[in-house]
Design a binder for this molecule. Structure first.
Ligand code: GLY
Ligand code: MN
Ligand code: MN
Length: 441
């Protein structure tokens, strides 16, 4: 179990405020989201808010106020203690807990935000707020700023503008601290075990849902909140639907099973793993050929993860090997460079090779810095997930061969989570096997 450490969040707030300069930041928590009627989805905190506060309740707002004196720089607005409400929806930390456990300098009930916001924002050079996401807090921020502008003649102070807190925050979140790498290792460990479990129980005639249930039971019984995203358990041709999450089909003898699933921990760090293996324990010749191409592409792409490399180079490395393999198998024809330049492979490989991973599964952070791809640095974590998807859904580009039926219904992806280290990389998901031999029994 992950113990709460308020120092971790305090250090992040200090770094964030250092870069904010004299701007005041307003960072809202997530609200509960309606599922249907008066039922709500399980609560999921806003990752930026969680990163800075560690506070895991809905309906809260954090103010970070570098322009205020020491002892008034971190203010939390939260749901106050209310025994009658807590009987229905559970424990709240209240304003006392916000100060004592979560380290706020000051805390108030959320319903005082609109009244108190103007005084806290007074004197800040700018207001850092992410517009467009939190309409009720946004209207309070705009109204407080509007009031400053209306009274400027008398006060001589008003914020010069609204600025975005997210570029600063997302630069911080992109490079993981040692503590975060530990948590990602844990999420990846549990997720890897679930993949090993899935392969060990899968037999022809089982339903995709049974495999999903076993994996998600493993997540929960090992302390995770549950799946980090809708688990994809896709037998046969279902694997060619990239976001297939129905998971309701029986598993057929002779098909592959593609599973893209990972857990989310109590503090929201995620695993994101894909493995593909034969339902009956033996690849067909075509499945083995394509699996070997994807595996070679994936391992080569993982190998270029290192400081100074780029996510773009990871993609380019995987893509070249996929295309070379498809040409060797006769699924594409022509010169490899030309196929890549024209995009003539996209009916078989239609997604990028990875994304940042952290508190969000598709984590924040820029992939490009203007014209240049962002260089990889120690502490960054990314997925490496090439695949091939052979189906009739997309038309074959002009000049490329029609696909023989023996290849159709084969969808393969192999996805690992990889941390950039000082000297190279660490595969966080190495516990989930992927060799051809390991996929067979
Ligand atoms: N599971 C989502 C992804 O692989 O990006
Ligand atoms: Mn992924
Ligand atoms: Mn995935």
């Amino acid at each position: 179990m992950n113990g709460f450490d308020s120092g971790i969040h305090a250090r992040r707030r200090a770094l964030f405020m250092e870069q904010l300069g004299a701007a005041a930041a307003v960072i809202p928590a997530a609200a509960l989201a309606t599922h249907h009627a008066d039922c709500e989805w399980p609560f999921r905190q806003e990752s930026d808010f969680f990163y800075l506060t560690g506070f895991d309740e809905p309906d809260a707002v954090a103010l970070l106020l570098p322009h205020r004196p020491e002892g008034e720089r971190y203010v939390l607005f939260v749901q106050p203690k209310d025994p009658a409400a807590e009987v229905w929806t559970g424990f709240r930390w209240g304003t006392e807990g916000a100060v004592e456990r979560y380290g706020a300098d000051l805390a108030h009930p959320l319903d005082q935000l609109s009244e108190k916001l103007p005084e806290y924002l007074a004197g800040a050079e700018a207001i850092a707020f992410r517009v467009g996401r939190h309409t009720s807090v946004e209207s309070m921020v705009l109204s407080a700023w509007g009031r400053q502008l209306d009274t400027y003649a008398r006060t001589g102070t008003a914020a010069l503008g609204l600025v975005a807190p997210t570029p600063i925050l997302h630069r911080l979140r992109l490079r993981k601290e040692p503590h975060e790498l530990e948590r990602l290792r844990e999420a990846c460990r549990i997720s890897s075990e679930a993949h090993e479990l899935a392969r060990s129980i899968t037999r022809p005639g089982m339903n995709e849902a049974e495999v999903q249930a076993a994996m998600e039971a493993h997540f929960r019984s090992n302390g995770a909140r549950g799946p980090a995203y809708g688990s994809i358990v896709a037998g046969g041709d279902n694997a060619c639907v990239l976001h297939y999450t129905a998971n309701t089909a029986p598993l057929q003898d002779g098909d592959l099973l593609l599973i893209d699933a990972g857990c989310s921990l109590e503090d929201y760090y995620n695993g994101d793993i894909t493995r593909t293996f034969p339902v009956n324990g033996r690849f067909t010749a075509e499945q083995r050929e394509l699996y070997s191409v994807v595996l070679e592409a994936q391992e080569a792409a993982v190998a270029v993860v290192a400081p100074g490399g780029t996510a773009e180079a990871v993609h380019d490395t995987a893509l070249r090997i996929l295309v070379e393999g498809l040409v060797d198998l006769g699924l594409l024809i022509g010169d490899v460079n030309g196929i890549i330049e024209r995009g003539d492979y996209r009916h078989l490989y239609m997604h990028r090779t990875g994304h940042w991973l952290g508190l969000d599964v598709h984590d924040v952070g820029a992939y490009r810095l203007g014209e240049q791809p962002a260089p990889l640095e120690p502490g960054m974590v990314l997925t490496v997930e090439p695949g091939l998807y052979v189906s009739d859904r997309l038309s074959v580009p002009e000049g490329q061969p029609e696909i023989d039926d023996r290849w159709k219904g084969i969808g393969i992806r192999i996805e690992d989570d990889v941390a950039v280290t000082e000297t190279g990389h660490e595969v966080l998901t190495a516990g989930a096997l992927k060799s051809v031999a390991a996929m067979e029994r």
